[in-house]
Write a protein that binds this ligand. Structure first.
Ligand SMILES: [Mg+2]
Length: 340
């Protein structure tokens, strides 16, 4: 149960590069991608711009870090407050000055760009009160699941915590279960250092014991079966039998990412496969990137991508800070970046 720095970094940087890879084609069908990139999407330049997926991952991490620094604050409360700060970045002008309690993350200007923020997250956070309650909607859009990887890196009850943090914006039980399953998967591969297939099996087994988990268990089981039996070979991920919805909803986004990571031996093949399809490319790319990095660290990520990646230093600092709290370290630097 040790979190190594390279896996923490790999998970967050991998998610960000998957997000950036998917962003230019988030709203394109596969045939539009083929038309637009006549030499193939792999030949297109990686531009490094990240979207709401990476922004919200950073605010999730900030919530966990602030809860740790404050000691008495629950991750749920602190993450709720962190998402309120993200909501500010999407609805207000960049302010002339910041308050000390705004912390270290909020002033990074790139976070204030609107990169197709999810409607459900925006409306739920716009309507949210002071208390961290389950959102008053029945959405299982993938905006609940795409942001919870940091919980798997740090938390001892990742399934339960991620489920509740997902509920802050997405009220459908499948969003909670898929989010819990994703955080548990990250915990198993990054901290327990389980091989991916064994971790997926363990997550399916755990989720199957939970209430209202049918849709998530079915989607993950299909992903595992198609990937391991080879029945998904050579076809775009969402066209694998049973995974044809494009990942706009929670359990599909997770299943598509898991399918791509299991089906491809080469992580670059896996990440491209996770974005080149009709569906929600940046979110499926982000989730796949989180998984690949939690598993492999940072070595698989091309230098050119890292050089161009927006918010890279912020992401790397956050990854190091998450490791510090799993080791029980409390430094004055942490207290400064994450005021209680
Ligand atoms: Mg996005």
């Amino acid at each position: 149960m040790v979190l190594k720095l390279d896996r923490s970094r790999g998970c967050l940087l991998g998610g960000a590069v998957g997000d950036a890879l998917g962003w230019p084609i988030e709203f394109c069908s596969l045939s539009e991608i083929e038309l637009r990139y006549s030499h193939g999407y792999r030949e297109a330049a990686f531009n490094g711009a990240v979207t709401d997926d990476t922004q919200m991952v950073l605010f999730t991490a900030e919530g966990l870090l602030r809860a740790y620094v404050a000691v008495q604050k629950s991750p749920l409360w602190a993450t709720h407050a962190a998402y309120a700060r993200w909501y500010r970045t999407q609805t207000e002008q960049y302010p002339a000055e910041f308050e000390p309690n705004d912390g270290w993350l909020l002033p990074h200007q790139a976070l204030w760009d609107r990169r197709a923020p999810g409607n459900t997250c925006m409306s739920a956070l716009g309507a949210a009160g002071y208390n961290p309650l389950r959102a008053d909607n029945n959405s299982k859009g993938c905006g609940g699941v795409m942001r919870v990887a940091p919980i798997g890196l740090t938390h001892t009850e990742p399934f339960e915590t991620a489920g509740r943090i997902s509920e802050l914006t997405h009220g459908h039980p499948t969003s909670s279960v898929a989010s819990g399953a994703f955080a548990l998967l990250i915990a198993h591969i990054a901290r327990d250092q389980m091989p991916l297939l064994a971790a997926v099996d363990a997550v399916i087994g755990y989720a199957a014991q939970q209430e209202q988990s049918g849709e998530t268990v079915e989607a993950l089981s299909l992903a595992r079966d198609h990937a391991t039996l080879g029945s998904g070979r050579g076809i775009p991920a969402p066209l694998a039998p049973g995974l044809n919805g494009g990942g706009w909803i929670a359990e599909e986004a997770l299943a598509i990412a898991v399918f791509c990571c299991l089906a491809e031996r080469d992580p670059i093949d896996a990440i491209y496969r996770a974005v080149e399809h009709d569906g929600d490319s940046d979110s499926t790319g982000a989730i796949a990137g989180n998984i690949l990095g939690a598993l492999l660290g940072t070595e698989w990520i091309p230098d050119e991508w890292l050089r161009k990646l927006e918010l890279r230093e912020v992401i790397e600092q956050m990854a190091a800070d998450l490791v510090a709290i799993t080791e029980g370290r409390a430094t004055s630097d942490l207290a400064k970046r994450y005021p209680a």
